[in-house]
Design a protein around this ligand. Sequence first.
Ligand code: HEC
Ligand code: HEC
Ligand code: HEC
Ligand code: HEC
Ligand code: HEC
Length: 439
Amino acid sequence: MRKALLLTSVLLLSILLSACGDSGDSAGGDTGETPFEPITYAARFKASQFTEASICGGCHTDIYEQWQGSMHNNAMEDKLYQGLHALASKETNGAIDAFCTVCHTPIGTLSGEVPPLEGPDISDNSRDGVQCDFCHTVSGSTGIGNASFEFDPSDTKKGPFDDAISPFHKTQYSELHTKSEFCGMCHDVNHPINGVALEATYTEWKNSPYAEQGIQCQDCHMTPGPLVEKPNPGKAATMGPERPHIWTHNFVGGNATEMADENHQNMAEEQLKAAAALSIAAPSGAAPGGTMQFQVDINNKGAGHYLPTGLTEVRQMWLEVAVTDANGKQVYHSGGLDETGNVDPDTVIYQTIFEDEEGNATHLPWEAVKVLSDNRVPPMGTVSEPFTITLPADAALPLTITAKLNYQTAPQSMVDELLGDEAFDVPVIEMVIAEISAG
Ligand code: HEC
Ligand code: HEC
Ligand code: HEC
Ligand code: HEC
Ligand code: HEC
């Protein structure tokens, strides 16, 4: 049974790849072949059965403000998402569309309003991406990953309290909402045909010391500061009681681009800066004309999963290293940006790279048949990078070695290619910097 499934997957994928080749530059639609049975979800309800977020915001003022401008709110209208979705759609002749939309706009997909992602009939509830009433009417889950949520768009809002009384809706305690398994329904993405792990944030967490210590996603991503910061006393609703701890709804990750609002951009920067520690170790051979060696250690001290995590075939984190001599002359530099805003190609980038059917490296998730490489930093773990540098004969001692750890949501070249005229500048966030002198 398993074997047969695998075989079909291989077959389907090779058809998928030949379809990509055929479709050329056409805008998709009905030209190329459909690579596999289109993935569909039965329309189970109307989007209007959910309450709009702005109405919840009438009483849950702070929570609404926090969620607005977050990547959950922007999950459908996010330009980078739309750009990659459009390419995936074109290359699979639309067969993968609903798979992509089911997490980025669950209401849109399960009401049949999307795909496609444009049209006059798409309601605000769908456009709001992952919104209040969707999350708070999730009634259970069938497991982890690939949108394994069960839901019941009803008047009963499920949450962490067993004693909440609201004039607007019924309330119900839900243990699921207090656990990482809730987030894991969407924050593990497996290839819909061959099952390759495309995003594995939940699984990374599950295998980490954080899971062992009972520290959930919510403890870092639904608390005020960048790391675990509890308690956060306050009110969950303007007319509600004062409580010892309220969960925030900023859902801050690493997105400091214009797709998040300014407040979220600043918080993402703060979160990235709290994620890692950097040190330069064991410099040797610091002499004019000599061969200098040293090592840079990156420690993932703050993320409850690999660093980076999520869409790691697209994200890039890398070291920028410079050596200057006593006269301030730069004698070595790597990991800088060129004039087009792209990282110099020899730089080691910490990310996942997939292999496609033909054995080539690819960063397009739907082409993946296996993980080719993954050099990211494990939770509470360290990755070391060795450097060997030939120094100029006139280098003046002592030397200063500076290392920076940088993060970018996506390579500039990818954003330019996917979005054309709509492309935006992808900020480079300096996560942490280390400096020592040698010689
Ligand atoms: C008229 C005001 C009002 C509106 C509108 C409102 N709520 Fe509430 N809600 C409350 C109050 C009051 C509480 C109780 C707060 C407490 O006990 O701390 C509450 C509690 C909750 C809880 C906690 C339930 C639990 O048992 O843990 C959730 C979840 C919730 N609301 C979600 C929503 C969602 C989603 C919407 C929009 C569909 C919404 N609320 C609209 C007033 C409102
Ligand atoms: C991605 C899913 C998700 C979205 C979107 C979301 N919530 Fe929540 N919310 C949660 C989870 C999970 C908890 C409980 C966290 C815990 O107990 O660990 C929670 C807690 C709450 C609570 C209980 C009080 C608190 O904050 O501790 C209220 C009220 C609430 N949410 C209202 C809202 C409203 C209003 C919106 C939209 C503006 C919203 N939520 C959007 C997942 C979500
Ligand atoms: C219904 C699916 C769904 C659920 C459930 C869900 N998320 Fe998300 N989450 C998404 C999607 C989709 C995105 C990506 C949006 C984008 O960048 O376009 C996202 C993005 C994020 C980000 C990244 C923001 C950034 O700056 O890059 C964080 C952090 C996050 N979610 C945390 C959580 C946590 C914590 C939970 C559980 C309490 C949770 N999510 C539950 C779908 C979900
Ligand atoms: C100990 C705190 C901690 C825990 C626990 C934790 N995270 Fe994170 N998370 C971070 C930090 C710090 C970052 C920023 C660095 C990075 O991007 O990895 C982050 C980043 C993210 C991002 C954005 C990644 C990117 O680069 O696009 C997502 C999505 C996310 N976390 C989801 C989750 C989910 C889902 C869980 C639970 C399964 C979880 N996190 C558990 C601290 C935590
Ligand atoms: C099982 C749920 C799920 C499915 C299915 C899914 N995604 Fe996502 N997607 C997510 C989550 C969760 C994140 C946030 C991870 C992170 O921040 O790194 C995300 C992030 C993204 C981002 C990054 C957005 C940004 O602003 O940085 C893009 C682009 C994206 N997804 C495209 C796609 C495409 C294209 C498909 C279909 C081939 C797809 N996704 C299918 C859950 C899903």
